[in-house]
Design a protein. Structure first.
Length: 125
């Protein structure tokens, strides 16, 4: 029935982006308006099973998040209007593995970073 949802997620904050894990199809990656990243597992209910700590999350709402095509299926990127791209691994959700600051002057200064609204990733490169 197209008028009745199969599943309803219940995040702590409104979601700004979602992406299904291509390797673990029951996992949904979600970026939140409150700056956090959440992982939902449809087998375990409608609340997030993992989420980033606010102190290690973006400084503005998450605009895009996407799973990476890796052997483990646990890595993903997130991007925000704070001008940062974070590289995450679900095995270590306490903080990002690495970050890229989009500063067009190439000095990687957060205060001059340009907002990011969309990410794409090509694993063949």
């Amino acid at each position: 029935n197209p008028n009745k949802p199969d599943f309803i997620l219940k995040p702590n904050s409104s979601l700004t982006t979602v992406d299904f894990n291509p390797k673990e199809t029951n996992q949904i990656l979600a970026g939140c308006h409150n700056v956090q990243i959440c992982i939902f597992d449809l087998r375990k209910g409608n609340h997030a099973v993992e989420q980033s700590l606010i102190e290690f999350s973006h400084r503005a709402s998450v605009r895009n998040a996407l799973w990476l095509q890796t052997k483990t299926g646990t890595e993903f990127f997130s991007a925000s209007s704070d001008g940062k791209i974070y590289w995450w691994d679900t095995k270590k959700m306490n903080k990002p593995v690495d970050q890229l600051i989009l500063d067009l002057d190439k000095k990687e200064r957060s205060q001059y970073a340009s907002a990011i609204t969309k990410l794409e990733y090509d694993s063949s490169i």
